[in-house]
Write a protein that binds this ligand. Structure first.
Ligand code: IMP
Length: 174
């Protein structure tokens, strides 16, 4: 596998989208007690950039989920890092790098809902709606993609490329 010869989205194009999302969230979450739940590791850079562009106060927490994708479309999800803050009665925004099958975000949603928050929303920088295997929609989505595998800006292939500031498509080697 190799990176596309040029970025699919450059760092500055990404920041434009992040700004739009931060503006929308700042409007919608003004006056609410909000917890931004950053999904590790992929949403590390996105969460950090997004929250620094927001103009309303938010508390920050992390969750790390590992999904085991097999033949079963239910896909088991294990929580390697559970949220540390009490979510009860709070407005929770789950911050994801990318929605693919939707299984991971769905499992996180179930876990968050079990804690009885006042509300819960999903904010994802990237979305691949054509890859969805469960009925799940991002409430705040930055960029829609086709069925393609992307890396960079936090997103990895076998733990590589997360550090790249731009986003590339991962392509088959000829
Ligand atoms: P889902 O459970 O299939 O929606 O997968 C969500 C997780 O899989 C994301 O949070 C990413 O960590 C990873 N993932 C899905 N698609 C991609 C991609 O194109 N590049 C890198 N990681 C991806």
């Amino acid at each position: 596998m190799k990176l596309s010869s040029s970025p699919l989205y450059t760092a500055s194009q990404i920041q434009e989208r992040v700004e739009v999302l931060a503006e929308k969230l700042s409007q919608d979450y003004a006056g609410r007690e909000t917890i931004a739940l950053i999904v590790l590791k992929g949403a590390l850079h996105f969460g950090s950039d997004l929250l620094r562009k927001m103009t309303v106060p938010v508390s920050i927490d992390f969750i790390r989920a590992k999904s085991y994708k097999g033949a079963a479309s239910t896909g088991r999800v294990e929580f390697l890092v559970p949220p540390s803050l009490p979510l009860k009665g709070k407005h929770v925004v789950i911050i994801e790098d990318i929605l693919d099958t939707g299984l991971t975000a769905n499992a996180i949603l179930g876990r968050v809902n079990a804690a009885k928050p006042a509300s819960v929303a999903i904010c994802s920088l990237f979305d691949k709606p054509k890859c969805r295997e469960v009925d799940l929609r991002g409430d705040y989505v930055g960029i829609e993609l086709e069925r393609q595998f992307v890396v960079g800006y936090g997103m990895d292939y076998e733990e590589r490329y997360r550090e790249l500031p731009d986003v590339y498509v991962l392509e088959e080697e000829e």
